[in-house]
Design a protein around this ligand. Structure first.
Ligand code: NAD
Length: 405
């Protein structure tokens, strides 16, 4: 796969609309890293043994759970697909894996590479099709004892409804409405550069993107001016052009959904500071699903714009005065996937990181990943944190063996 990075990156861009350079820099190398990481992590997997009052020895025998069901979304197609498939295979499972019907191509290319490399038939079974048909059949299938799913919260609830009465093991990585908390004392330039990225990378279609930017009052005006200026300078263009910062959104329906949210924001009294509209490119790309990155202010925490996941290049700004107020705002949605904190105050960084209700917290950075760490959200952003050892264990069944001495 590594030798085919160009082919995979182009396929992903064509499926998805993202800039080729982004797929080249992020998606495909991270997919390779997933495969490498789990291939070696399994070599270091440990199990527990306990000597019980000198009477017995107990040990935990972790066996592959069986056929693993993996269902993934369209936004980072190969990256998230391999995030599930790699630990399942490493743990010794056979796998039935379904990529999103919106972006099937890279999973198909992966199946070709696996066949070329001699993976035995039947070990990795990549199935294509619509979610409510093929995905639902996987969730309901009695011979698939574990489902690892990444996608929307509503779909996750649907899968849980089907799988729970069958007592399947479930890992659900769901939506988010992530806060970025900017304190007055932060490194302003570093914060600004990264916050532009955490807002609009992949057209804002990363579950980890910060979509609510909370800014302490002393920096609010400066931040708003600088952030809007940088946002306006982003180039929306041909995904093949290395100069494009944003490519197309994934589909017409998704573009319409995101534009619909901008209308909702306006009806709620939001002020559009920049963007808010479709970008019409020339020539062969005319009619494409491009959108200008959008910044909105003037909305309270309880309005739909600040409560619902939009999953596009749209962020809101909200001012706050105190640390307590920042936490209240940050925790005011049903989601809890990721949060970003910008401050130079070490104690505050730790305090706020503890107080924020999310599975992942970045302090003075964003999307820096160590694959050994747990990954996933709390509240309606998911259950069954995956990552490193957790992912390997998810695909196993632990058996305790107690031997009388
Ligand atoms: P989606 O829920 O519509 O689809 C995800 C996958 O589920 C697809 O493969 C789809 O075919 C399948 N599916 C749909 N209905 C199904 C059903 N009834 N039963 C079984 N499978 C079904 O999500 P999407 O639109 O592809 O992706 C965007 C969403 O994914 C966003 O909400 C985003 O936040 C979330 N996401 C979360 C993470 C995370 O790590 N938490 C990462 C990426 C994306």
């Amino acid at each position: 796969m590594e030798r085919d990075v160009d082919r995979f990156a182009e396929a992903e861009s064509q499926d998805n609309g993202k800039p080729v350079h982004l797929a080249h820099e992020v998606d495909i190398p991270r997919a390779v890293a997933n495969l490498r990481f789990f291939a070696t992590a399994i070599l270091h997997q440990q199990s527990e043994a306990h000597l019980t009052d000198g009477l017995a020895v107990n040990y935990t025998d972790r066996q592959p759970i069986g056929v693993a069901g993996c269902i993934s979304p369209w936004n980072l197609p190969l990256y998230l697909f391999t995030w599930k498939v790699a630990p399942a295979l490493a743990a010794g499972c056979t796998v039935v894996a379904k990529p999103s019907e919106v972006t099937p191509w890279t999973a198909y290319l992966l199946s070709r590479v696996c066949a070329e490399e001699g993976l035995p038939p039947g070990v990795l079974n990549i199935v294509h099709g619509l979610g409510p048909k093929v995905g639902a059949a996987m969730s309901a299938h009695p011979d698939i004892p574990a489902i690892s799913f990444t996608g929307g919260t509503r779909t996750g609830a649907e899968i849980a409804r089907t799988a729970a009465p069958l007592f399947k093991k479930l890992s659900l990585e769901l939506g988010g409405k992530n806060p970025v908390i900017v304190f007055d004392d932060c490194d302003f330039e570093a914060m600004l550069t990264t916050t532009v990225r955490s807002s609009f990378r992949n057209q804002g279609q990363i579950c980890l993107c910060g979509s609510r930017i909370l800014v302490q009052r002393g920096s609010y005006d400066r931040f708003r001016a600088a952030f809007v200026e940088r946002t306006k300078a982003l180039h929306v263009g041909d995904p093949k052009d290395p100069g494009s910062d944003l490519g197309a959104l994934v589909s017409k329906a998704h573009l319409e959904k995101v534009l619909g949210h901008v209308e909702i924001a306006k009806s709620e009294g939001g002020r559009i500071l920049c963007g808010g509209d479709q970008v019409h490119l020339e020539g062969a790309l005319s009619g494409g699903w491009y959108m200008r990155p959008t910044v909105i202010e003037g909305l309270g925490p309880q309005c739909r714009t600040n409560q619902e996941e939009i999953f596009g290049p749209v962020v809101t700004l909200q001012p706050f005065d105190t640390e307590a107020e920042a936490l209240t705002l940050a925790n005011s949605t049903p989601y809890g996937l990721a949060a970003v904190i910008w401050t130079k105050d070490l104690q505050r960084a730790h305090r706020v990181a503890r107080g924020v209700q999310s599975g992942i917290v970045w302090v003075n950075c964003w999307m820096l990943r160590d694959l050994r760490t747990p990954f996933g959200g709390v509240k309606q952003s998911g259950v069954g944190r995956e990552g490193g050892w957790e992912a390997l264990r998810f695909f196993t069944e632990a058996k305790n063996v107690c031997v009388r001495l």
